[in-house]
Design a protein around this ligand. Structure first.
Ligand SMILES: [Zn+2]
Ligand SMILES: [Zn+2]
Length: 327
């Protein structure tokens, strides 16, 4: 099979012919139809996430067709359309796994990090962590739901019943979460890099009641804020924009350092927290919801061989929505 291989941090992915993967007992063999490109992939390429499998096939927003079954597979049949998310395996026995918090499992293994992912023509995945996808969205449209959508949805839940929701960093996750939040009757205030008029226009087109640069105060105090940009400096900025009792959720797996800030910004029962990974229960809630709303995913397709261009365009903010590799 053809794959784009990460050999070492800081170097471009290398087009490589690899032997076709063989499914283990609990695994399905999948022909990849679409694989989203996530900011986490950039953090792996840049060496900010320091312990990837090497060499590695990136990619944890996989939509594909089951074309092979391990001997113990019971949930899927040949020809099924499946989604493969970031959470690739958990131990099932640690204190996190046994208390409904498998996203925090000490021994969790992640797709496109510990396990080869979807920047390839084929992949294998443990069926217990794959999801049947609802009818409706195309493969390309559904791919970003597997991480941007799922993590965004989990972040939104952790924000509580906030009516006025600020979103900092208007990329793939934000464009999905905005649609969920509006469907739930919330107001979205979108914050972008200074001067990013395209992203602000995109946010308004999706229904945001206000869009502007993160340096500007919103017209109303926010009841919660989600930060998807990997910039720690946004934490005090977001706190300053929130009302008493608000939660600020940091949605990225990596963030630059948070600068010191006055306790007065946190006072009034404000909360700062992160969101880590996903549970399978999140996906069982979110995927049917996304199809029901329905979420309109804005995607830009790249051939598999242009994975490096897709990553570069993501880094530079050259598209709205999500990049998706189509083998
Ligand atoms: Zn991701
Ligand atoms: Zn565990």
């Amino acid at each position: 099979m053809k794959a784009m291989l990460l050999e070492r941090a800081g170097a471009p992915l290398v087009p490589t012919d690899l032997p076709d993967p063989q499914p283990g007992a609990n695994e399905v063999l999948i022909r990849v139809r679409a694989c989203g490109v996530c900011r986490t992939d950039l953090h792996v390429v840049d060496g900010e996430l320091t312990r990837p499998k090497r060499p590695l096939v990136l990619g944890h927003e996989i939509v594909g067709e089951v074309i092979g079954l391990g001997s113990a597979v019971v949930r899927f049949a040949l020809g099924d359309r499946v989604g493969v998310p970031w959470l690739g395996w958990t131990c099932g026995e640690c204190r996190y796994c046994t208390s409904g918090r498998e996203n925090l499992c000490d021994r969790a293994r992640f797709t496109g990090y510990d396990i080869d992912g979807g920047y390839a023509e084929l992949t294998v995945a443990d069926e217990r962590y794959c999801f049947a996808l609802p009818a409706g969205p195309s493969d390309q449209a559904a791919a970003p739901w597997l991480c941007a959508g799922l993590i965004g949805y989990r972040a939104l839940k952790l924000a509580g019943a906030a009516r006025r929701l600020g979103i900092y960093g208007f990329g793939a996750a934000a464009h999905v979460v905005t649609q969920v939040a509006i469907a739930e009757g919330r107001e979205v205030y979108a914050f972008t890099r200074d001067g990013d008029v395209a992203a602000q226009t995109f946010a308004r087109a999706l229904g945001a009641v206000w869009a502007g640069p993160s340096s500007a105060p919103p017209p109303q105090e926010l009841d919660a804020a989600l930060i998807f940009a990997p910039a720690g400096a946004l934490v005090p900025v977001a706190l300053r924009a929130t009302a008493k009792g608000a939660t600020v959720v940091c949605g990225g797996i990596h963030m630059s350092d948070i600068p010191a800030f006055a306790y007065a910004l946190l006072w009034g029962e404000r909360v700062v927290r992160s969101v880590a990974n996903l549970t399978r229960a999140d996906a069982i809630e979110f995927l049917p919801l996304a199809a029901r709303i329905p979420i309109a995913t804005h995607t830009v397709a790249y051939p598999l061989a242009q994975a490096n261009e897709a990553l570069a365009d993501l880094r530079a903010g050259r598209f709205s929505g999500a990049a998706v590799l189509v083998p």
